[in-house]
Design a protein around this ligand. Structure first.
Ligand SMILES: [Zn+2]
Length: 254
């Protein structure tokens, strides 16, 4: 179920993990540990999937946002109670709406911040000394529109000074084919982000783009994980189609 569990240092008190698609209860294209696409999947399977993640991580509260490919950061400190079915949002009659944003920040302990992805980058960030964590959804649009900058700024505003980031599984530059004008536009906005696919067509390397931006922001990047398109144990929007399930990256303060 868990691709990795990393710790930024001894007794640093930050938990980080990335799920893969194994160990869950969803069927078909969402098989099996789907933690997104709550609009399409079976509610009982979704509940069982999140229950498995809660048991394995020991977290009762796992916050999510309705991701819009933007740069908005939601402050979970103002609303940290994410127990039960709240993450399912509209699928539960009368439930509160899930905040619209592409990043979250918190200084509250034992609240997981979960970013849901299937080719885009899940970027988890922490200042273990200031005890502030954040998580960002960085696809092409969010990356170019500055979601990582706005996330780091939200952390800094709360007092973060020494930030480490973990980039989780995402589609790699050798697979992420885009039209030539799109690659040129991305290259203009983040020099170094354009590349070519393994078959020679224009492409964007989102992971490289995130590393460039995070370095400019003074953030240490801790790891870059495998390609979602070519790794069978990971959900991939390009590989599985529009009904692809979603894996998550989660970060929290112990
Ligand atoms: Zn790849």
């Amino acid at each position: 179920m868990f691709d990795s569990y990393l710790d930024p240092g001894s007794n640093a008190g930050v938990g980080v993990f990335f799920t893969d698609r194994t160990g869950g209860f969803s069927k078909g294209g969402m098989s099996s540990l789907n933690l997104g696409r709550t609009d399409l999947d079976d509610v009982a399977a979704l509940r069982a999937n999140m229950g498995a993640v809660r048991r394995a991580s020991g977290l009762e509260c796992i916050a999510v946002v309705h991701q819009m490919h933007g740069a908005e950061v939601h402050d979970v400190d103002r609303d940290p109670d994410w127990r039960g079915d709240r993450w399912l949002g509209d699928r539960i009659p009368g439930a509160a709406r899930i905040p619209l944003a592409d990043a979250m920040v918190t200084s509250v302990a034992r609240v997981g911040l979960a970013i849901r992805v299937a080719d885009c980058l899940p970027v988890l960030l922490a200042d273990p000394w200031a005890r502030i964590v954040a998580a960002a959804h960085a696809g092409r649009r969010g990356l170019l529109d500055g979601v990582l900058r706005s996330t780091v700024e939200a952390m800094t505003a709360k007092g973060a000074r020494r930030i480490t980031a973990w980039i989780g599984p995402h589609i790699c530059g050798s697979c992420y084919e885009v039209p030539g004008d799109m690659a040129a536009d991305a290259q203009h906005r983040i020099p170094g982000v354009a590349t070519t696919t393994s078959w020679g067509s224009p492409a964007i390397d989102l992971g490289t783009g995130a590393c460039i931006q995070l370095a400019e922001l003074g953030v240490e990047v801790h790891s870059v994980d495998p390609c979602t398109l070519t790794t069978p144990s990971l959900f991939s929007h390009r590989g599985d189609g529009p009904d692809a399930g979603r894996q998550v990256g989660v970060v929290w303060l112990d």
